[in-house]
Design a protein around this ligand. Structure first.
Ligand code: CMP
Length: 164
């Protein structure tokens, strides 16, 4: 087996935990949200199966009802986009399940499992292809980079809530 450097689990959300210099095998964490269109249709378990089958481990999870203020702040990066108000309204329309997923290259892997943002462009077998209703009601959100993953994880979770 290749030598592996294992960083102590500092409890810092979203940081790289293990690095294998032979294969640049990087264990990452990413934030996932199962959106109201999916919780409404009782799809949490089916979506979680997709994550777990892809090798992503759910190391934190809670079902919450987001406030308009929380949703607005979470999606602040899209504030100037024409879909912002509709997106915030949708995200508070029902419960969401916020999660931390951990695994090798978790950020990219999760994006692969989710499929394209627009379900019409998503590959067969992806969550959005199978379950999404529309571009806004697209069943899941996932962080898009290491810096956003760290920020988004700490938006919802304290370090002690993440259990490996
Ligand atoms: P998500 O990955 O949560 O990031 C922003 C969300 O905005 C996106 O998924 C969609 O739900 C929603 N959205 C609505 N319209 C658009 C659009 N035209 N482009 C990108 N995202 C959109």
């Amino acid at each position: 087996m290749d030598s592996m450097i294992v960083a102590p689990h500092s409890g810092m959300p979203g940081t790289q935990l293990e690095m294998n210099f032979m294969e640049t095998k990087v264990v990452e964490r990413t934030l996932s949200i199962i959106k109201p269109d999916a919780t409404r249709r009782n799809l949490t378990g089916k979506i979680n199966s997709k994550f777990e089958e892809a090798g992503l481990r759910i190391v934190a999870q809670k079902r919450i009802r987001m406030s308009a203020e929380q949703a607005g702040t979470f999606y602040e990066v899209h504030k100037e986009r024409p879909f912002y108000a509709e997106l915030v309204e949708f995200m508070v329309s029902g419960p969401v399940v916020v999660q931390v997923l951990e695994g090798e290259n978790a950020i990219a892997k999760n994006r692969e499992v989710m499929g394209a943002t627009n379900p019409e462009e998503a590959d067969p077998g992806t969550i959005r292809k199978e379950f999404a209703v529309s571009l806004t009601e697209n069943s899941v959100h996932g962080s898009d980079a290491t810096d956003t993953a760290e920020k988004e994880i700490s938006f919802f979770f304290a370090a002690l809530e993440i259990v490996v």
